[in-house]
Design a protein around this ligand. Structure first.
Ligand code: PMP
Length: 340
């Protein structure tokens, strides 16, 4: 018999999927790592598992204990599912402005949601700071421990990608990978894969695909944290060098406007059957740009971060897209015929 012993063993070992249009357009082999096939339907399951395991190994958390995080999305879902499998409680502090789809998913998985007003980081009641304080308070009274996952600055996050994502990419490409590129939320994926692949071969080119409104394109290109514009993508777009990003080599930087990323998302769905969120569009658009710079014949890997249904009310909502001046896919543009 072959089976995974519980969902923890079903995290990772996702397949690399060859992306047809991107590969044909560039003469390269462009491969997407299918992270939406993780149990929580996103790349963040890996970080959730490594953060929780690290805290348990250090004796900070035992079954019955509590994991606290300020997050609006995939990390919260990953922490809650992994937490359920390990007998832990999860408290998620979420800005009120987040989509109902995400809140519903967190609630249905059993997380305790604390909704707070969406205020900037400098405000004491910002959701990230609030979650850190709450974890500190809970740790005083929880007999089985309470931790703050702290995904941005807890390097157990990138360690998960050094030990799993990077090794899987190296193994599945038979060491023939020439380039890797992805966007940054916490930086765990980019930094971890960069470190893991460069330990095998320092010549692998590592690129960042940055959405508008983020500051890292300018940082890696010109040494200055500076942002311009904005993006409707979620889960990515960073304004500072997180602890996870510190010390990671990034060789190339690309800035991807929403219209370019969304065209990729819609084409991947209608032509290749891949239903993905906006950050995957930024990543694949970045992989195409990197492929054009490296030239034909190279193998480039990127990340298909999460499943598209999580964005039904935004990315796949023609009214929302029109309001933002973004392209509407043809099959969503026509009103549905009335039932006979
Ligand atoms: N895409 C999506 C949809 C995400 O939720 C995240 C995580 N915030 C990322 C990409 C970026 O991953 P990382 O945090 O590893 O930089």
């Amino acid at each position: 018999m072959t089976y995974r012993n519980g969902i923890l063993e079903a995290i990772g070992n996702t397949p690399l999927i060859k992306l047809k249009r991107a590969s044909e357009e560039t003469g390269c082999t462009i491969l997407g790592k299918a992270e939406f096939m993780n149990p929580g339907q996103s790349v963040k399951d890996r970080a959730a598992l490594f953060i929780i395991r690290d805290a348990m190994d250090k004796g900070l958390l035992k079954p019955g204990g509590t994991v606290v995080e300020g997050t609006a999305g995939n990390t919260g879902i990953g922490l809650t599912l992994v937490g359920n499998a390990l007998g832990l409680k999860t408290v998620i502090v979420i800005p009120e402005t987040q989509s109902d789809e995400k809140k519903d998913m967190l609630r249905l998985a059993g997380a305790q949601l604390i909704e707070v007003p969406a205020v900037p980081y400098r405000n004491e009641n910002n959701y990230v700071k609030y979650s850190g304080r709450l974890a500190e308070e809970l740790a005083k009274s929880e007999p089985n421990g309470a931790i703050w996952a702290n995904q941005f600055d807890n390097v157990a996050n990138r360690q998960g990608h050094i030990e799993t994502t990077a090794q899987e990419i190296w193994r599945d490409t038979d060491g023939k990978v020439d380039g890797f590129i992805c966007a940054v939320g916490t930086g765990g994926t980019l930094a971890g894969v960069s470190m893991g692949l460069k330990a095998h071969n320092p010549d692998v080119t590592i690129g960042i695909a940055d959405p508008m409104g983020a500051a890292l394109y300018n940082y890696y290109k010109h040494g200055e944290l500076k942002s311009e514009g904005s993006s409707i993508t979620e889960g990515i777009g960073q304004g500072r060098i997180t602890a996870n990003l510190e010390g990671a080599t990034v060789d190339a930087a690309y800035q991807i406007p929403d219209a370019e990323a969304l065209e990729v998302v819609f084409n991947l769905l209608s032509e290749e059957g891949l239903c993905l969120g906006g950050s995957s569009g930024v990543n694949v658009a970045g992989a195409v740009r990197l492929a054009k710079d490296l030239g034909p014949g190279h193998t480039i890997v990127t990340v298909l971060c999460d499943y598209g249904t999580r964005y039904q009310s935004r990315l796949f909502n023609p009214d929302f897209l029109r309001e933002k001046g973004l392209p509407v896919p043809s099959w969503l543009a026509e009103p549905e015929p009335a039932a006979p």
